[in-house]
Design a protein around this ligand. Structure first.
Ligand code: MCN
Length: 802
């Protein structure tokens, strides 16, 4: 073996705009989505779903369906035994939490429209769907509770056997926790001499509306039962299937092939997955189920849906002295996988970037006869950010000052980090001043304020509104110990493996499970940099429990800061394992070996050897030092000690037509601080996507049920998912304050855009209309709502003038 004497040019990969490796196959359709999988002898499922939101099932006649062409069998709850299992509630937030038994298929009662009551198995999907229409179900309708405010009163019960709609009450109080003062005292003091602002905000219900509908194939014919599913969580799903059915984990393989988006909506163990698993086992044949778009909108889980009552106490010079938050959160018909705890994540974020001295949070979760709610991009944190950022604007308006004045007065200054907040989190790093200054400069804040003043003065029909929102979030879920203290049913570590192949190529195995985030690219960049190998030589494998045996998957903007750091640690171990072999090859002492740019060299000489050659030497194992294993592969599991806290300042300009109520986005600038950026191109994409989702909550999207509990927005004709034509170009800026909790210095970005954009837009709309006396617009701010608010306000003004 000859030593390489000329080191290759090392190209820093971190911070480089790399186009995504995965895009070639995704864009050209050369990938394999779950629904493309066809196996010999495969059967297809169709679900019979309840049209009623609350009803007793008095009879099911499957006769006609059974006789239909191609039908193999028709299954109801009565045909299935206990091996089917029940859906898991993995986050029982209090020991007293009430939760009805959640079977994948309804027994004698349905509790939301869309619940599965029977399953048809046929030779083709079309035959299964046709036969499903022949299943006759007799229902006795029961009174349904759909409205959240009504549900809290218990006047109609979603689950009569529980005796109440209230599931759990979770509270945090800074005085009790010892993290701050008493909020009631702060409010009382402010009432006597200060300012008290009370508001109620509504977080409407949203639908994750991922591009690829949920789809599952199960093949029970091998040694293992193999499930392919369009899921975010193959590892959690394997565990859940084993735990609920009794099939040993070692006999289950879950594969998440390329997955067309999730946004939290595929962070679930779905009834459909459980039924496909059960029926494949029962019939001994591969089985597939792919939902239709209507089923997806109706029965995949929904997000948000809260009523927030906020009381903010402040001094007359704008210093916040206390915040009280009372939430009512809609669970829908069941406590879903982590749905019970999603609103509670907000408990730690209502204090946002601010130094409030007193804080109280309570959250009452409530059942209704609607689809269950669970994680949706940001999960609890966008809701909290909306609440507090709306309140900061209300405080500024009350004081008659610019919205930034109250923010600056209350935010944590950059020299105060690390900072322990009133809700007990320790923020490791941040610089709100820098992000705000950059956002304001890019936005042209002063010029737009001047234009606004001029339009107001001239009584322009189209008024300009400027919306401000700052944010921080706790992401990178981990740490396991903290998640455990919140009764969360899993840990938060992540696992990585590096396999150094004999050809010098590198196989990277991650427990994260990308479904649109571009991990193959960004993770390749990290490994290429750390090991000094070409980007193209790194192959990232994921999303298959047989290949990536350990992992906790992708959600909570955790993959880079937890999974990426696991990778870093694995690369460190590779180098550590390779060093004695390199020293041996170079006939030097281990203590004299340095590693940089993919090359081991003897300090003070030009003697060196590349890592690829060391990998080959380990593989050949002809000349290894005594006692050294013939491998330099390594693995690492990382569990951080803290969450990760990206932050940012977002600015939005809207034009509001005061005659039609139409809101037009004019300009949007955000400056996010996500620490060190691995791939700026991917990060921009993440921010853009997040912004559109957050803006859509402010202006367009809402899942609406009628009084009987039928989903009115059951198609994209009614559920207004934006297209590119609805949005504008965004100004995306960054400041860089490295995280101190991972060696990359990186902070998560997957949810960032979604979090601050909703309040930025609503603050802008309200800002445009505030001279009319308008203090709030319920989301989404549709032309009809804005127009109505203007009519009410101008009518009231006219009345007052008379
Ligand atoms: N990244 C980076 N530098 C940083 C931070 C992140 O280059 N400082 C890169 C990462 O390497 C990764 C991407 O940005 O490729 C997102 O990273 P991260 O913030 O770790 O988020 P996750 O990968 O854990 O993704 C989860 C997050 C969540 S919670 C939702 S919801 C969401 C999101 O990602 N759903 C998405 N983005 C999505 N993007 C798509 N296309 N589809 C979804 O369903």
């Amino acid at each position: 073996m000859t030593a390489v004497r000329t080191p290759p040019e090392a190209t820093p990969e971190i911070g480089r705009d790399r186009r995504r490796k995965e895009d070639a196959r995704l864009i050209t359709g050369r990938t394999r989505w779950t629904d493309n999988i066809t196996l010999p002898g495969m059967l297809h499922l169709a679900m019979v779903r309840s049209p009623f939101s609350h009803a007793t099932i008095t009879g099911i006649d499957t006769e006609a369906a059974r006789e239909a062409v191609g039908v193999v069998t028709v299954i109801t709850a009565a045909d299935l035994d206990d091996s089917l299992g029940v859906c898991i509630n993995a986050w029982p937030i209090t020991p007293e939490q009430k939760a009805p038994v959640h079977t994948p298929i309804a027994g004698d009662r349905v509790s939301f429209a869309g619940e599965i009551v029977a399953v048809v198995v046929a030779r083709s999907a079309a035959e299964a769907r046709d036969a499903a229409e022949l299943v006759e179900v007799d229902y006795d309708e029961l009174p349904a509770v759909v409205d959240l405010a009504e549900a809290v009163t218990d006047s109609v019960l979603a689950h009569p056997e529980l005796g109440t709609n209230k599931s759990a009450l979770w509270a945090f109080d800074s005085a009790e926790a010892g993290t701050g003062g008493d909020v009631e005292e702060a409010i009382e003091a402010a009432r006597a001499d200060g300012i008290v602002i009370e508001r109620e905000f509504r977080q409407q219900r949203l639908i994750p509306a991922f591009m690829e509908p949920r789809s599952t194939v199960v093949d029970p014919t091998g040694e293992q039962i193999t499930m392919w599913s369009a899921t975010q969580i193959p590892h959690v799903l394997r565990f859940a299937l084993a735990a609920t059915t009794g099939v040993p984990e070692s006999k289950i393989r879950v594969i998440a092939p390329d997955v067309g988006g999730g946004f939290g909506g595929k962070l679930q163990q779905t009834p459909e997955e459980m039924l496909v698993f059960a029926l494949a086992r029962r019939l001994g044949r591969p089985v597939k189920y792919t939902e239709t778009r209507s089923e997806s909108l109706q029965a995949a889980h929904h997000g948000r849906d809260q009523i927030q009552r906020l009381t903010l106490a402040a001094t007359r010079d704008g210093r916040v002295t206390g915040l009280k938050v009372e939430l009512v959160a809609n669970l829908g018909a069941h406590v879903a996988l982590v749905g019970g705890g999603v609103p509670v994540l907000g408990a730690f974020m209502f204090n946002a970037i601010y130094k409030f001295p007193a804080y109280h949070f309570s959250c009452q979760t409530v059942f209704t006869n609607t689809a269950w709610t669970d994680a949706y991009r940001g999960a609890g944190r966008p809701e909290a950010t909306f609440g507090i950022e709306r309140m900061m604007d209300e405080l500024a308006a009350e004081l008659g000052v610019d919205p930034f004045v109250v923010r600056e007065k209350n935010w944590i200054r950059h020299e105060e980090f690390p900072f322990t907040t009133v809700s007990g989190l320790q923020y490791d790093s941040g610089n709100y001043e820098a992000a705000t200054a950059k956002a304001k400069e890019t936005f042209g804040y002063d010029a737009l304020r001047a234009e606004q003043a001029q339009r107001r003065a001239s009584g322009d029909r189209v008024q300009l509104g400027i919306g401000v929102s700052t944010f921080t979030e706790m992401c990178g879920l981990a740490p396991s110990r903290v998640l455990g203290s919140l009764d969360y049913g899993a840990g938060g570590w992540e696992h990585a493996e590096i396999r150094m192949l004999a050809t010098g190529k590198v196989e990277v195995i991650t427990g994260a499970s990308a479904h649109g985030q571009g991990h193959e690219t960004a993770f390749s960049q990290i490994v290429a940099d750390r090991l000094g190998v070409p980007f193209e030589d790194v192959e990232v494998l994921h999303g298959d429990t047989q290949i990536a045996a350990k992992g906790l998957d992708t959600y909570g903007s955790r993959s880079l800061v937890v999974g990426g750091e696991a990778l870093v640690r694995a690369t460190d171990k590779v180098i550590e394992r390779a060093t004695p072999i390199a020293a041996h090859l170079l006939e030097a002492s281990v203590d004299d070996i340095d590693f940089a740019g993919g090359r081991f060299s003897v300090r003070g000489t030009d003697q060196g050897v590349g890592i690829a050659e060391v990998a080959l030497a380990a593989f050949a194992a002809h000349h290894l030092p005594d006692g050294v294993e013939p491998s330099i592969d390594a693995e690492a599991t990382f569990d951080p000690v803290n969450f990760n806290y990206p932050h940012g300042t977002h600015l939005c300009a809207v034009e509001v037509d005061t005659e039609t109520g139409r809101v037009r986005l004019r300009y949007y600038v955000c400056c996010d601080d996500i620490g060190v950026v691995i791939n700026p191109l991917i990060v921009s994409g993440q921010v853009h996507g997040g912004l559109v989702q957050g803006i859509a909550q402010a202006l367009w999207e809402e899942a609406i049920y009628d009084d009987a509990g039928t989903l009115v927005t059951g198609s994209f004709v009614d559920y207004l998912l934006p297209t590119a034509a609805d949005t504008i170009s965004f100004g995306v800026e960054h400041t860089t304050t490295p995280a101190t909790t991972n060696s990359l210095g990186a902070k998560g970005v997957g949810e960032a855009g979604t979090i601050a954009s909703t309040p930025a837009v609503i603050n802008a709309v309200v800002d445009a209309l505030r001279p009319l006396g308008i203090r709030d617009i319920v989301m989404p701010a549709t032309p009809a709502r804005v127009w109505r608010a203007i009519q009410d306000a101008t009518g009231a003004q006219a009345g007052a003038d008379q």
